[in-house]
Design a protein around this ligand. Structure first.
Ligand code: ZN
Length: 239
């Protein structure tokens, strides 16, 4: 199949000169680095780390994702105090692979208060059943001056954030919208989407945690950071 996009450039995730290619117009899930398999949102997040957190290798970093990918392997290769956990969207949700990784529930982290410099989450905040609680939990474990840096599809853009599903105190999941599952090219059986976030995500985070938040939108052809919904969300814990 002829590639929809082909370009030689530099991949911030594997830090190599590489070829990028996508055979679909939806770059967010298909514009891969041919060497490490990174996606635009991962290259954007790594570029934010490179540009604004130059002393990352000396920091404590806690990272969560639905699967372990090149991004995490790269961080663990040079950050001594890096830990990674698979995200458990619901108690029932068990990824079929990576069973050796510890699964975590974002609303209840087994981490001390004020102990982590940087928390990184990859496309998880649209799958948490209690987003306010999850954000508070991240704020709790961050050191003063620390940051939560993450990607999440801001599907609602300028429209307000809408909740799709929540967990009731009975433990049951209540759907406010039709059940939707966000998969990707590498992981098509994605978990339930609980939030359709918009650009008002910063207000939600500020209200929940008092953490001021900035949306960074990198567009860079040579790093193949192209397409929609590659915003990197950065929230700082005042210290
Ligand atoms: Zn790469």
């Amino acid at each position: 199949m002829e590639a929809y996009f082909n370009h030689h450039g530099f991949c911030p995730v594997c830090a190599k000169d590489v070829d990028f290619s996508s055979v679909f117009a939806w770059y967010r899930d298909h514009l891969f680095c041919k060497k490490c398999g990174s996606l635009p949102r991962e290259r954007a997040l790594m570029q934010v780390l490179n540009d604004y957190f130059p002393d990352l290798k000396d920091r404590s970093v806690f990272e969560m994702a639905l699967e372990k990918r090149a991004f995490s392997l790269r961080l663990s290769s040079y950050i001594k105090n890096h830990s990674f956990a698979l995200f458990d969207a619901e108690k029932e949700y068990q990824p079929s692979d990576n069973r050796n990784e510890k699964n975590v529930v974002l609303e209840q982290l087994d981490i001390d208060d004020n102990s982590v410099d940087i928390v990184i989450t990859h496309d998880l905040m649209n799958h948490v059943l209690k987003p306010r609680l999850a954000l508070k939990e991240i704020a709790r474990v961050l050191k003063p001056g620390g940051a939560h840096i993450f990607t999440v599809p801001l599907v609602n853009k300028t429209n307000s954030t809408v909740r799709r599903a929540e967990r009731l105190s009975s433990g049951k999941i209540k759907h406010q919208q039709e059940a939707q599952y966000w998969g990707s090219a590498t992981k098509p059986d994605g978990p339930l989407v609980t939030m359709d976030w918009g650009y008002d995500i910063g207000n939600f985070i500020l209200t929940a945690t008092q953490m001021p938040t900035t949306l960074m939108n990198i567009v860079d052809k040579d790093k193949a950071i192209l397409g929609e919904m590659n915003e990197v969300v950065v929230s700082f814990k005042n210290g």
